[in-house]
Design a protein around this ligand. Sequence first.
Ligand SMILES: Nc1ncnc2c1ncn2[C@@H]1O[C@H](COP(=O)(O)OP(=O)(O)OP(=O)(O)O)[C@@H](O)[C@H]1O
Ligand SMILES: [Mg+2]
Length: 293
Amino acid sequence: MTAPALEIEDLRLEIHSAGRASVILRGVNLVVQQGAIHALVGESGGGKSMVTRAATGLLPRGARIVGGRIRLAGQDVTHWSEAQWRQVRGKVVSMVLQDPLTALNPVRRIGAQLADVLKLHLGLRGAACLREAAALLERVHIREPQRVLALYPHQLSGGMRQRVVIAMAWACKPQLILCDEPTTALDVTVQKEVLRLIYELAREGQGVLLVTHDLGVVAKLAQTMSVIHSGRILEEGSVAQVYAQPRHPYTRALLNATPRYDRPGRTLVPVDEALIAALDAEAAAMDRAGARA
Ligand SMILES: Nc1ncnc2c1ncn2[C@@H]1O[C@H](COP(=O)(O)OP(=O)(O)OP(=O)(O)O)[C@@H](O)[C@H]1O
Ligand SMILES: [Mg+2]
């Protein structure tokens, strides 16, 4: 049996700054199977991006993994050095972020940037490299790929830029693609096309961890999901099961705050502040108990 694209087991992470430690992840468990989309949902500050950063070795300064394990396609990467990460980033795991401009170099042509990835990980050179770069752009439904290869990022629309970023992320067919709010910065009309593309890629065998706060997107795209708050996974399961019978009050609150295409006209209720305060208090109590242990 093939190993999952990503397995995170009881991951605990702190950030140390100015002599103080803040607990960010409090024992996160999560599995992304190859060829499947797993959604990670929850409100701002819950730890979604920190999970993706841990899974690609891009933790912020002061961050320390203080417990648990991360496995990428079966390989334990928990305490890898930057040099080790560089060998697999783009090849085994790659990342699509909210703003495509941060992923692209503004002063290099699209073709040159795609060629960098293809050279580094696949050893392609010259005409073969250009052919593959054009094929990748075609694969992400960019028309006139030859013309686009010669352009700079600022000459493309936001949606086109995100397609290029997805093409780069997909270039080496990594086992895992981390998509952190990949459509938040795009026009609504373009969002659908980009999500459709991510869906297609997963069907070709890539495991996708899709970070979003949009439960409508989760329902359409993902097979399995986890709900995170205060660095804790409060609920996980198949999307169908979680939507039909959410077990955790926070999941129910998130669902009640989301428009549902299957229940039009339903009144939306914002997530209750008292519930959030109770979850924060629980997390703080866990930290105190952990500190005493
Ligand atoms: N560089 C950093 N230094 C210190 N704390 C940080 C840093 N980055 C994030 N945090 C903290 O870590 C926690 C989790 O942040 P994270 O960015 O993972 O949340 P998120 O779920 O991705 O939120 P959003 O939906 O807003 O993107 C938050 O409390 C945040 O304040
Ligand atoms: Mg985030």
